[in-house]
Design a binder for this molecule. Structure first.
Ligand SMILES: Cc1cc2nc3c(=O)[nH]c(=O)nc-3n(C[C@H](O)[C@H](O)[C@H](O)COP(=O)(O)O)c2cc1C
Length: 200
């Protein structure tokens, strides 16, 4: 798709209905993700963000973990049924991206610059968010629909063990995606002019 940056951002939405098909090859997808994250900003150029891309059985395993953890935490009532349906919809997708932060890097910055020690974990989350919006928009622009999920911290240990994730990587978010099967509903939008103060 030949879209402008503004068009790509305007088209990014949360897609909850997704299928397990892909509009591009896995090799092309991986290339685009790598190109997208190569030059993103990070606090002190720390480059602390780590991604895990899960396809097929690995993607299924992630959502099985989420479902089983929640099944053990929730009463087996209507609200769990709703949750299960939601998680099954993520599992029905093509793949998931996990966003991690390498805390070894964050801790090194805290030691190096003690004045800002309390800020580095916050800036690390900002750094992750920059990666999240870039990858989310890239996925939409490539013909996928994606959403941003936060089942951490309840899944952290099981996911770490399942995928042999380095101990110091801290899970921030999960992004399931696939070809959209539904169009996102209308959302209310505050006019951008109300969100900016402009001084000419
Ligand atoms: C920091 C952040 C956390 C979010 N967490 C979740 C989440 O855990 N689950 C979810 O379904 N959507 C989550 N969202 C998506 C928002 O609900 C969504 O972006 C918002 O309602 C606007 O809809 P849109 O994405 O379709 O534009 C999150 C978004 C942001 C920016």
């Amino acid at each position: 798709m030949n879209r402008t940056f503004i068009e790509a951002l305007a088209n990014r939405r949360s897609y909850y209905g997704i299928s397990n098909r892909s509009p591009i090859t896995a090799v092309e997808l991986e290339k685009r993700i790598q190109q997208t994250i190569e030059n993103l900003p990070s606090t002190n150029n720390s480059q602390s963000t780590r991604l895990v891309l899960l396809y097929g059985e690995n993607h299924q395993k992630l959502w099985d973990i989420v479902k089983e953890v929640l099944r053990n935490m929730m009463k087996p009532d209507k609200s769990f049924e709703r949750t299960e349906k939601k998680i099954n919809a993520f599992a029905a997708g093509y793949a998931s991206v996990l966003f991690y932060e390498d805390m070894k890097i964050v801790e090194a910055l805290q030691e190096q610059f003690p004045t800002y020690a309390t800020r580095y974990p916050i800036w690390s989350e900002h750094t992750s968010a920059m990666h999240q919006i870039a990858v989310w928009t890239l996925l939409e622009d490539s013909g996928f629909g994606a959403s941003l999920q936060h089942y951490n911290p309840i899944i952290d240990d099981l996911v770490q063990k399942q995928f042999d994730i380095p101990e110091k990587w801290h899970l921030i978010a999960q992004m399931p995606f696939g070809i959209p099967t539904e169009t996102p509903g209308e959302k209310t939008v505050i006019p951008p002019s109300e969100k900016i103060l402009i001084f000419r």
